[in-house]
Design a protein around this ligand. Structure first.
Ligand code: FAD
Length: 412
């Protein structure tokens, strides 16, 4: 690379104030890289504290290089969930097949990471909290780009002007709605809904997943540690139309899940009882966000807000991490318009390739007909005998450009 280095953090680069909405995976990662590039970063998060909870998530391929450059790889390796097996069960709870987790997920043993979502958000937050202003329990009320910057009014009553604003506020992004209109335009529903929550580990499970299936329904217990007191419970079901009414109503979510699984066997009755009590329920549609553009004026989107891939790909957190790195790096040495254009140009191919992974494994884990379930079970019995996966090319399809600031060694 020639000319001034893009991420040079010198007095020459004006310390410009930027706002990130959302302290999830994308938001904290973007805060890290923008701070390193010399911006004064504020992160506003609707929740009153960092949100943990959620099913363990994967960090694979190119995203591993992002966390390595952030210096987080050792911490995340320590937090790695080293699953021993995934056991698939039939309607009566009988064993169909027990498979190597990496083979089932298309990840690479010894290289790719699976960590509790909370471990990743806390690691990212810890890496930036001393350098970045975090405002919890508040959110953006209005955005006005008619002046020289972005005038932001907050629900909490404050008003400030920022050079740029970033929407890292997840699949149901309000920032996206401000800029581009209702979610329905970009929401590609994939025909399933899911609920995740924690419950007591009554079966004494240890570093394994047990997944029960009938056509259109799946129930899984996911034991992260060695005989921990708690397991992650997961209930997934096919539903032709997205239940938009339920998305904002936890009571309606519980009722919906309970009615879908009312006659189910195995451990499901106990799971439904736990669902009623759970204080960490996460319910959503299995959906993607696909947008023709990721920015408008001085505001850009990153992570699920711009390109949620759905959990069927297992790539949501990896896209958020890579997107954050690419967005911050693309802005270096450029104005917002050129920077946002470069971000899209250099990142969209990787994103689309990963979004297109649905159907490459994930969706076929949740068949909706008896015949498809039989075929899946036959496939799983064969899978048992195959060697461990090599990883999917899409996961590593982007080689990170080197945006390291001049005079600084890469971290990690
Ligand atoms: C608590 C939680 C549990 C999850 N569990 C699962 C799971 O089990 N399976 C799965 O596939 N995916 C889950 N996800 C989504 C998953 O984390 C993302 O797909 C992925 O990590 C991409 O991250 P992201 O940062 O783009 O979005 P997210 O991780 O969704 O982060 C978005 C952040 O923005 C905040 N936010 C939302 N709206 C506003 C607003 N208006 N103003 C300010 N802040 C706002 C949210 O509170 C959140 O902290 C979960 C997300 C959360 C927040």
């Amino acid at each position: 690379m020639t000319g001034p280095h893009p991420l040079r953090d010198t007095g020459a680069a004006r310390r410009r104030e930027v706002l990130i909405s959302g302290a999830g995976i994308a938001g904290s990662a973007l805060a890290f890289w923008l701070h390193r590039a010399g911006y004064a970063v504020t992160v506003i998060e609707k929740a009153t504290a960092l949100r943990s909870g959620g099913y363990p998530i994967d960090v694979r391929g190119t995203a591993l290089d992002v966390v390595r450059r952030m210096g987080l790889l050792p911490r995340l390796r320590d937090a790695h969930v080293d699953l021993r097996r995934i056991t698939f069960l039939d309607e009566d709870g009988g064993k169909v097949a027990s498979v190597d987790p990496h083979t089932a997920a298309g990840s690479v043993a010894g290289r790719d990471l699976e960590v509790r979502r909370g471990d990743l958000t806390h690691a990212l937050h810890a890496a930036v909290r001393d350098d970045v202003e975090f405002l919890f329990g508040d959110s953006i009320a209005t955005l006005d780009q008619s002046g020289h910057g972005v005038d932001v009014a907050f629900h909490g009553g404050g008003r400030r002007t920022f050079a740029m604003v970033f929407g890292a506020d997840g699949m149901h992004s309000r920032t996206r709605e401000f800029l581009f209109g209702p979610e329905e335009r970009f929401h590609r529903y994939l025909g399933y809904c899911f609920a995740g929550f924690t419950m007591r580990n009554t079966r004494g499970l240890s570093r394994e997943v047990m997944m029960w299936n009938t056509p259109g329904r799946a129930a899984a217990l996911y034991a992260v540690g060695d005989s921990d007191d708690e397991v992650h419970a997961f209930l997934n079901f096919a539903r032709p139309k997205p239940p938009f009414d339920a998305f904002r109503d936890p009571g309606a979510q519980r009722d919906l899940v309970a009615s879908v699984f009312a006659d189910a066997g195995w451990e499901v009755p106990g799971m439904l009882a736990a669902l009623r009590e759970a204080d960490d329920l996460f319910f959503d549609g299995v959906s993607q966000i696909r947008m023709p553009r990721w920015s408008s004026g001085r505001v850009a989107l990153v992570g699920d807000a711009a390109y949620a891939p759905s959990f069927l790909t297992g790539q949501g957190s990896s896209l958020a991490l890579v997107g954050a790195y690419m967005l911050a790096g693309s802005l270096a040495g450029r104005d917002h318009a050129e920077g946002f254009a470069a971000y899209e140009r250099d990142t969209r191919g990787f994103v689309t390739m990963n979004q297109d992974q649905i159907g490459e494994g994930g969706a076929s884990l949740f068949p909706t007909t008896a015949r498809a379930l039989e075929q899946r079970n036959a496939m799983l019995r064969r899978l048992r005998t195959l060697p461990a996966a090599e990883g999917r090319p899409a996961h590593s399809a982007l080689t990170l450009p080197d945006f390291t600031p001049v005079g600084r060694e890469p971290v990690g």
